[in-house]
Ligand binder design. Sequence first.
Ligand SMILES: [Fe+2]
Length: 366
Amino acid sequence: MQNEIPVVDLEDIASGDPGRIEEATTALRTAFGEYGLVYIRNHSIDFHHLESFYDSFLGFTTQPIETKAELSLDNIWYQRGWTPPNTERAVIAGGQPDFKECFFVAPEPLDPLAKAQYPAIYADNYWPKDAPGFDASDFQARYLALGHALHAAGIQLLRGCAIALGLDPYVFESIVHGGPHVTRALRYLPLSEAQANTDILWGEEHTDFNLLTLLPGGRFFAPNGEKCGRPDDDCGLYLRTRQTPEHPQGRMVRGSTPTGCIVAQVGQQLEILTGGTFQATPHIVRPPKTAGYSRTAVAHFVHAHSHQTLFPMTPFRTPKALSAYSPPVLAGTYSTKTLVDIGLAPPETMNVFGFHHYERLEQQRS
Ligand SMILES: [Fe+2]
């Protein structure tokens, strides 16, 4: 199954050679149109650097909970700094909290106007301080470098997506320019003996609400803290392919990549803009059956700028797409509502959208 998913070489997309571009974009149409994910080669991510980053991130996660809690920022909906375990829910209805801790960073420059309009999702970064066994400046430098590299790969892939769809090659790049992109480091927590083989999940099945997600690959750790392989065949990241007549529920594909590749998957915003031509990828992270194992991972989320209207672009406005993706909504509104839905922003946050005049009139009349 894994080998059915196409590999796209980013150097082919940038080559200027029509034959190589055609090969890459044909693969991309199959990858994102049928599977919702693609394996990427020549992405400029240094795996030695990734390993060093994971070591540094684990140095942060092993600090006392009181120290980490200083960077747990519910006022900005945890969009920077540390998200404690059992905070985020992956899905809106009946979702259970994910058994993980995370750290969010914005690696790209932020649009000052959007920052004033959406202070939580355009917040400045918050960084931990030095501690015994933890070098804060090393963590910061490695984190930003990794986020930049993943974002650059995402931009290159979006050029390939645009060409694959017959659009202006830079259209998606323009849509995401200055957007609230975030890089997230995750640590999926070890289960106790009592928790193993229950319905606890590291990440419940969901689709991402951004435009494009890049996953450079996670690492498992044994109960003794040593790096290890996948503890059993069922655990870790699985992705669900698009439904077909033969497979009405899609098929579950293990998120393990060919050597040297990283994974990219479609988010809800790209699905909406393409009228469902590319479809957001459902994915789930299952814990091992055996207690004591943990996993680290990184995800980079490329977002549409918050001023972008989410609605199918002109070539994709079929009656079916218009029905499925109406009414249009601003990406900033879409993100805010989703952050409420998944338990990170408080429900009253939605009151910021208009209706400021009710309160003023009430004050005037009282
Ligand atoms: Fe996700």
